[in-house]
Design a protein around this ligand. Structure first.
Ligand code: CA
Length: 225
């Protein structure tokens, strides 16, 4: 049972999901517009937001970015857009999970419970690999004492790798565990983020210090020798 905010402009879907989630024990408030939804998200502090991407007053991804600037509330995106590649920018913007229309209230409820379970897990302790220090609670990282300016996704990738120092992690595993795209997504997405991360760590693929490519397999994070 959770306080759910549903932002959805389609009155039929909004009504059906509000009723369905209510019957499953959730307290549901809803908004047909992005701006009203943003106000409710800030004022009422729901436990989780279900956000339709196709809103009439503002693109759902834009709303998600605005929301993420002020809140870490778990967000499940509801979309008619299929295809994992289209979901990458949405997940990069900070969505915790997504459902593709049409879906039932029971399916959504299962996702809600999984996302809330993850969100409720205690944040792990600080990690240190060489001069790299990662603080999962603050979602911040430093290298040799200097703060790294990371995007949320870059932080997630670095955190995932730093929790497994010396272990080779495949791009598929990163897509599944960090991007939450178990069935698709392009390796290129991972490559691009790894190259940005390398630049911020002040290294290159050919002269790595921390991020080592294991050709044909994946990548691993190790402290410099
Ligand atoms: Ca819509």
């Amino acid at each position: 049972m959770a306080d759910i905010l549903l932002i959805e402009d389609d009155v039929t879907i909004r009504t059906a999901l509000s009723r369905g989630l209510g019957e499953l024990g959730h307290a549901v408030s809803s908004s047909p517009t992005a701006f009203e939804g943003l106000r409710l998200a800030v004022d009422d502090r729901p436990d989780l937001i279900v956000l339709d991407l196709g809103l009439s007053d503002l693109d759902g991804v834009e709303l998600l970015r605005m929301l993420r600037a002020v809140s870490r509330v778990p967000v499940i995106v509801a979309t008619a857009r299929d295809g994992d590649s289209e979901m990458v920018p949405v997940l990069d913007a900070g969505a915790d999970d997504y459902v593709v229309k049409p879906f039932s209230a029971a399916q959504l409820d299962a996702r809600i419970r999984a996302v809330l379970r993850r969100a409720g897990e205690p944040a792990p302790e600080q990690l240190q690999v060489g001069g790299l220090r990662i603080d999962p609670r603050a979602r911040s990282a430093t290298l040799d004492g200097a703060a790294l300016d990371l995007t949320p996704r870059e932080f997630d990738v670095l955190h995932y790798l730093a929790a497994r120092p010396g272990e080779v992690v495949t791009k598929r595993e990163l897509l599944t565990e960090v991007w939450r795209l178990p069935y698709g997504g392009a390796d290129k997405t991972v490559d691009v983020h790894l190259s940005w991360l390398r630049r911020k760590l002040g290294e290159t693929a050919s002269q790595p210090r921390y991020l080592h490519t294991v050709r044909g397999v994946g990548v691993k994070l190790v402290g410099p020798a």
